[in-house]
Design a binder for this molecule. Structure first.
Ligand code: ZN
Length: 175
C-alpha cells in the first residue's frame, strides 16, 4: 500500500518517529497490560510473549477476576502463547513482564522452555528469577532461562506503588 496519502513529501517521512523493536518497546506493551489490570482492580502486572519480533500473547494479572491464585500475567501469557504456536515448547520465545516472576511463574517458564525472560521491577523478597530464588538459572533444572532485569524498572515500580497506595488509602477511608 502506498503511503503517499499520508506523506506528501520526503520531509514528512523523515519526521516520522522511528520505532525501535527493542526490550523497552515490548516492556511498554507489557506495561499497557498492567494498566488494564490496574483499571480492573487487580495488582497491576502485565506480560507479553514475543517470538521472532511478533507479539504472540498479551495478558495481565487476573487473580481476583478469575478467583484463581495461579492467574498471574505470565501464566496466562504462557498458556496463550502455547495455543498460538500450538506447542507447549516455547523455544525462541521471550516473555516480557513488568515485575520479576514469582517462583511459580519462573518454574512455568523453565517447564515451557522459553529462551528468555525480561522483567521490569526486581523482587528481592519473592522473585524467582534470581531475586530471592534462582529458579530460572538453577543448574539442576531441565532448562535454564536467560534473564534480563530492570527494563523500564521505574515505570513498572510506579504503577505497582500507586496501586498499593490507593488500596491503603481506601482502607483508611473505610475505617
Ligand atoms: Zn507469578
Amino acid at each position: 500500500m502506498s503511503l503517499d496519502f499520508i506523506f506528501n513529501d520526503e520531509e514528512d517521512i523523515d519526521d516520522f518517529p522511528v520505532i525501535k523493536f527493542d526490550d523497552e518497546y515490548y516492556m511498554r506493551m507489557a506495561l499497557r497490560q498492567a494498566e488494564i489490570a490496574e483499571s480492573n482492580g487487580e495488582v497491576p502486572i502485565g506480560a507479553v510473549a514475543v517470538k521472532e519480533g511478533r507479539i504472540i500473547a498479551r495478558a495481565y494479572n487476573q487473580v481476583e477476576m478469575l478467583k484463581d491464585a495461579t492467574a498471574h500475567a505470565e501464566i496466562l501469557a504462557i498458556t496463550q502463547a502455547e495455543a498460538a504456536i500450538e506447542n507447549w515448547r516455547l523455544e525462541g520465545v521471550t516473555i516480557y513482564v513488568t515485575k520479576e516472576p514469582c517462583a511459580m511463574c519462573a518454574g512455568a517458564m523453565v517447564n515451557c522452555r522459553v529462551d528468555r525472560v525480561v522483567f521490569g521491577l526486581p523482587d528481592p523478597r519473592s522473585g524467582g528469577a534470581g531475586g530471592a530464588l534462582d529458579i530460572t538459572g538453577f543448574p539442576g533444572m531441565l532448562h535454564q532461562v536467560e534473564v534480563t532485569g530492570g527494563v523500564l524498572e521505574a515505570e513498572s515500580r510506579e504503577i505497582i506503588q500507586r496501586f498499593f497506595k490507593n488500596v491503603r488509602e481506601s482502607r483508611k477511608n473505610e475505617k
